[in-house]
Design a protein. Structure first.
Lengths: 293, 283
């Protein structure tokens, strides 16, 4: 708050009201409903519900399918996070180094930020078209009969590729801005001390980028958990079947399509706990964030 | 000296490879819109540029693809625009108002209000899918623009962003304004809003792209085809392609491109604002 702030009371309340009303109606109310219905078993035809305590949660953790989807989600998130961070870091370091065409490269490498995830999924569907997709033909060349929507690993690979493609630009933008904020004096000092470029990168640049990297780590995990919904939905073409799917997609399939309100709500609550954990982790990191410069 | 040159060549090679990785998929979509669908079914994407773009564009934008005959590309484009602009505008207005109230007033529950807004970060739409849908249904807002936009426009991000900025505005400004007899409303509209122009522009670009690209929410609450946005329409496109005897790749790729081009142009043209807004708001 500013020292010389205004003292009126009604105006700030009026200013805050629209935001708080929307939050109450569209955030807190649904959350309370989700929490509550996770303890009930809903009649599939809408005739009332019975209190079942923790049964929905016990069912979930006992379900092989749920455990399978959870472990797929973990693997999926790790792969997407790792590859989109690694590729973006390499590109950002190079884009920071070159003199000619720096602007053009920057534009070419970041415009995909604006592409919607389902469109990324759509592109993957075309690239992996069964009969003539360029990437299907590429794998065919190595003797692998690539089948999206039939072969579990093939479908998963398409999802991961599309998710990485979509996420590289965000990481690139942050890494590049992190690199550009490293002071010239530090770079010059490093240049005198260490003659090997890779040595300079690992001893100076990389540690200086660590805060950006940690921040991006959380952003990327959140992205692979939640924002890849559109990619998953398009790549499996709305037919979950035996296809790989993420936990978020499962909530949607069970709740929205399968009408299993209790089970879906229990899954929502588990995801809320996950987001909470990630957020706490993120803020602890920011607290400890080391600034060398 | 020669070694240095080699490393420069290598740098460019890596960057060109990265750029191709990003742009080739889009060029492939584009190429497919220029050749007849019958050719695509036989050979898939190729290097030939045909003359079908006009025809495919006309089909995609003006002929309906669904059952109701109402979701032409043009109507989806209109809905996407409304969603993108309404979403960005709403988030900025609400965010600025809340941030102003929190920073410039001696309000006892300001911190509490701030925390209430903050906790929405913990509740992304994906974790409260079904109950949110039920609330909107109960309010009778399914298949309306209000239902599409209002539930999404509470924004912790925009509130933080403007809070940070308002805090950096010199204290003397508000003191001077008060001495000159300006009230809180006048100070906000005549001084603070003009000062925030760059911030507003940066936020608008990010939020427009974010709103335009919404998928899950429109998929749930719009069932009328004339309410579809382009991004929501992608799902239908894929389903139609699956079921067709001669899949119309030309037409569907035009729609996918139309769904991508406006936000991409915004990001490319306002690059420096966009990068500034992105790197400063998320920290």
């Amino acid at each position: 708050m500013k020292r010389a702030g205004f003292t009126t009371v009604s105006l700030p309340v009026l200013l805050l009201l629209p935001q708080l009303v929307i939050i109450a109606v569209f955030f807190y109310w649904p959350t309370v409903v989700a929490l509550q219905s996770s303890f009930y078993l809903q009649d599939p035809f809408g005739f009332g519900s019975t209190f079942v305590g923790l049964q929905n949660y016990i069912d979930l953790f006992g379900s092989r399918e749920y455990r399978r989807i959870a472990s797929f989600t973990v693997v999926f998130s790790l792969l997407v996070t790792f590859f989109s961070l690694a590729i973006a870091l390499v590109l950002a370091v190079k884009a920071d180094k070159v003199l000619r065409g720096a602007r053009t490269y920057r534009t070419l490498l970041m415009w995909v930020y604006a592409v919607a995830p389902p469109v990324a999924g759509f592109i993957a569907v075309i690239m992996f078209n069964q009969s003539w997709g360029p990437l299907t033909e590429f794998f065919g060349f190595f003797g692998h009969d690539y089948m999206v929507g039939v072969n579990f690993n093939d479908t998963a690979f398409s999802m991961i590729l599309a998710s990485v493609w979509k996420q590289v630009p965000v990481n690139f933008i942050f890494f590049l801005s992190g690199l550009q904020s490293i002071p010239r004096s530090v770079r010059e000092a490093a240049l005198i001390d260490n003659r090997s470029a890779s040595g300079r990168f690992w001893d100076v640049t990389f540690p200086l980028l660590a805060p950006t990297g940690f921040f991006l780590l959380i952003i990327n995990i959140t992205y692979s958990l939640f924002d890849t919904f559109g990619i998953v939905d398009i790549v499996v073409k709305g037919e979950p079947g035996n296809n790989p799917m993420t936990l978020v997609y499962k909530v949607y399939v069970d709740g929205f399509r399968g009408n299993d309100l209790g089970g879906s709500s229990a899954q929502s609550v588990i995801l809320m706990v996950l987001v909470l954990a990630l957020t706490i982790f993120q803020f602890r990191l920011i607290d400890r964030r080391i600034h060398y410069t | 000296m020669r070694k240095l040159k080699l490393s420069t060549v290598l740098d460019h090679a890596v960057l060109i490879a990265g750029s191709l990785f990003m742009i080739l998929p889009l060029l492939m979509l584009l190429q497919m819109t220029t050749v007849p669908d019958t050719e695509i079914i036989r050979t898939g994407p190729s290097l030939t540029i045909g003359d079908q773009l006009d025809d495919n564009f006309r089909k995609a934008m003006f002929e309906a693809s669904g059952f109701s005959g109402e979701n032409t590309g043009l109507s989806m484009l209109k809905n996407s625009m409304i969603l993108g602009i309404g979403f960005a505008f709403g988030k900025i207005v609400l965010g600025m108002m809340a941030a102003y109230a929190i920073v410039y007033f001696r309000l006892r529950f300001a911190t509490f209000a701030f925390w209430l807004i903050f906790t929405t970060l913990l509740l992304p739409l994906e974790v409260r899918i079904l109950p949110s849908y039920e609330v909107v249904q109960w309010l009778g807002m399914l298949n309306t623009y209000q239902g599409l936009i209002i539930p999404l426009i509470a924004s912790a991000t925009a509130t933080f962003f403007f809070r940070q900025f308002f805090r950096s505005v010199p204290e003397e400004l508000v003191e001077a304004a008060r001495i000159d007899g300006a009230g809180p409303v006048k100070f906000f509209i005549d001084i603070l809003v003009p000062l925030s122009q760059t911030m507003i522009a940066a936020m608008f670009i990010i939020m427009f792209v974010y709103g335009w690209n919404q998928y899950l929410w429109p998929t749930m609450i719009t069932t009328d085809e004339d309410m579809y946005t382009l991004v929501r329409g992608i799902k239908q496109i894929v389903q139609v392609l699956e079921g067709a005897v001669v899949p119309e790749f030309g037409r569907s790729n035009v729609l996918a491109l139309v769904a991508v081009i406006p936000p991409v142009l915004v990001v490319v043209f306002f690059q420096s604002w966009f990068v500034k807004g992105l790197t400063e708001s998320d920290k």
